[in-house]
Design a protein around this ligand. Structure first.
Ligand code: F6P
Length: 354
């Protein structure tokens, strides 16, 4: 087993689920935990796990195995010390005579898992990420916990925003997709939600804020995804867009938006960035349930020798799909998503429609 990429709250809960399931389904089980993600598999850094290692970790955030980011695009390039990464991982797998490798990871990590499957290893993928952007599953574990934290951040900003009659821009995690921002924005009652999938026009954002002020609202909260993008930038070719972003005088898009609003409205605007707090602490009840079920499903697949599968949640069911069906595909929010339709009815602005 290994945990790869950015951590999230329900990694331990999921590993516990896998282990508990395996100890139930098999008389004898040997589990090796690779340390710091694929790095552990490459360098043969692992720990032979005991059943007791999986006790008391259901509610513990982070990962007891450690993690690291090992970009998929660099997998075919040797490490700094000249190690052939894919070859090394296969050798560790063979040396330990593993039956299966269980990968708890996000999009990039699942691409590598699929690569190892193509290289002949038995692999099972478990979709982890606070971003909820893995194609083929309704929800990833980690998402619900991050939404809870981001919602609490918006709630807490509300009281101070109201006291000072300020406008607050709350920057929420998600560079490529806006799932956390959309959910937390609705749950926290944001007036404006800006996500990468719907490029915004700052004039429309300002207009909607002015409208609220006119109606007597003395404060506002805007939920902005890290990867929110203006219509102007979105219309540029990728290379030019990247250059413009790298030349920006602002530390992030939220600061730019705050500055633009402050200049246009003369109102006091502040930025709040909960950052990695969104990935920290204990998993939510909903994540613990999903993680436990995903873990149990992985154990079941292993007992059936059904490999090359990604465990997914579809509606009420936890099931599995072929890894290759999902690998490399991002689950972004459709502008026609039902949540967006209803949010618009509630008067939430996405900065795109006047
Ligand atoms: O992919 C999860 C995530 O938390 C993103 O939402 C965020 O943009 C990114 O990771 C932060 O990465 P790092 O932990 O490397 O700073």
């Amino acid at each position: 087993m290994l945990t790869s990429g950015g951590d999230c709250q329900a990694l331990n809960a999921t590993m516990r689920g896998v282990a508990k399931g395996l100890y139930q389904l098999f008389e004898e089980v040997e589990i090796y935990g690779f340390l710091d993600g694929y790095k552990g598999l490459m360098y043969g850094n692992y720990k032979k796990m005991k059943e007791s290692d999986f006790s008391g970790i259901l509610s513990r955030g982070g990962t007891i195995l450690g993690t690291s980011r090992q970009p998929f695009k660099l997998m075919r390039q040797p490490t700094e010390d000249g190690l052939d990464k894919v070859k090394a991982m296969k050798e560790t797998y063979k040396k330990l005579k593993l039956d299966c490798l269980v990968v708890l990871g996000g999009n990039g990590s699942q691409k590598t898992a699929n690569l190892l499957r193509e290289e002949g290893l038995n692999v099972i993928g478990l979709p982890k990420t606070i971003d909820n952007d893995i194609w083929g599953t309704d929800h990833t574990f980690g998402f619900s916990s991050a939404v809870d934290i981001a919602t609490r951040a918006i709630d807490e900003i509300h009281t101070t925003a109201a006291s000072h009659h300020r406008i607050f821009v709350v920057e929420i995690m998600g560079h490529k997709v806006g799932w956390i921002t959309l959910y937390a924005g609705i749950a926290g009652g944001a007036d404006v939600i800006l996500i990468p999938e719907i490029p915004y026009d700052i004039n429309i954002v300002i207009k909607s804020l002015k409208k609220l002020r006119k109606k007597g609202k003395t404060f506002s909260v805007i939920a902005v995804a890290e990867g929110a993008i203006s219509q102007e930038l979105a219309s540029l070719p990728k290379k030019e867009r990247k250059l413009r972003l790298s030349q920006s005088q602002y530390p992030s898009v939220s600061h730019e938006i705050a500055d633009q609003i402050q200049r246009a409205m003369g109102a006091e605007v502040r930025v709040a960035v909960p950052g990695h707090v969104q990935r920290g602490g204990a998993p939510s009840a909903s994540d613990r349930i999903l993680a436990s079920r995903v873990g149990a499903k992985a154990a079941e697949l292993i007992s059936q020798e059904s490999y090359g599968r990604l465990v997914v949640q579809l509606g009420e069911e936890v099931t599995s799909i072929p890894m290759e069906a999902s690998a490399g595909k991002l689950k972004s929010i459709s502008p026609n998503d039902n949540h967006i339709t209803q949010a618009r009815i509630l008067g939430i602005s996405f900065g795109d429609i006047r």
